[in-house]
Design a protein around this ligand. Sequence first.
Ligand SMILES: [Zn+2]
Ligand SMILES: [Zn+2]
Length: 262
Amino acid sequence: MNGLTLMNLTFFQWWLSCYTILISLYFSLSWFISNDIKTTRLAKIQKDKELKLELVKRDIKQSVKSLLLISFFVGSAIWLNQEGFTVVSAWEPSILSFVLWLLVSMFLYDTWFYWVHRIIHTKRFYRRIHLWHHRSKSPVVWSNNSDTLLDGVLTQSYWVFAALVLPMPTALVILVHKIYDQVTGMLGHAGYEYGGMLTLPPSPFAAVTFHDQHHEHFTCNYATQFLFWDKLMGTLHPDYNDVTARNLKSPQQSTQDKIENT
Ligand SMILES: [Zn+2]
Ligand SMILES: [Zn+2]
């Protein structure tokens, strides 16, 4: 199955390739969304709040560094899979096995993220590790990868863990999953409800409102892509369903609010 197999590169080539892909995605999607929100009819989630320019600049500078660390983990994972350095034998590559392990990896990553995120929100770790990311209380798309080094190590080491323990048929699973995570993570910080009807409650997919509420209220909505863990552990914001439905269904009204507030 050549279409599902990535080319063989050295570890450093994979690190550099992943950095090129992720940094290109970061700047192009951020640029697109930053322009799109000037004229969009989508709902602004924290209606009268804007992130200060100095914090936007801080987030961009930090993201350029953090993406190098993230690429290190993703590049390592791809290289480990390709070299066969895993504790289980890889499945035969096929469309079915590709889709299956992509879905498993998506659920596992959300589980990893939820619990790591809850731990770094405890008193013991919050100031030292995670406060940096929360300084952007009304996030913008540029805020997605603005994390401390330790924060990045804890959340992003998932990729190496997954490569070692999952019998992924091809390293393409890791690359596709990471690109999906990068895009949804950036949309999750956009400040405007880009989720679309696919995220309308009771959808299991997190809308943009989900992570935006996490930045606004701190102690809720800890997962990244799905609502499963927050619902199970009782940490979903009590107004999440209503606010998301309102943001998705009546963006014109929200836009009108915005115009009236300016
Ligand atoms: Zn947090
Ligand atoms: Zn965030």
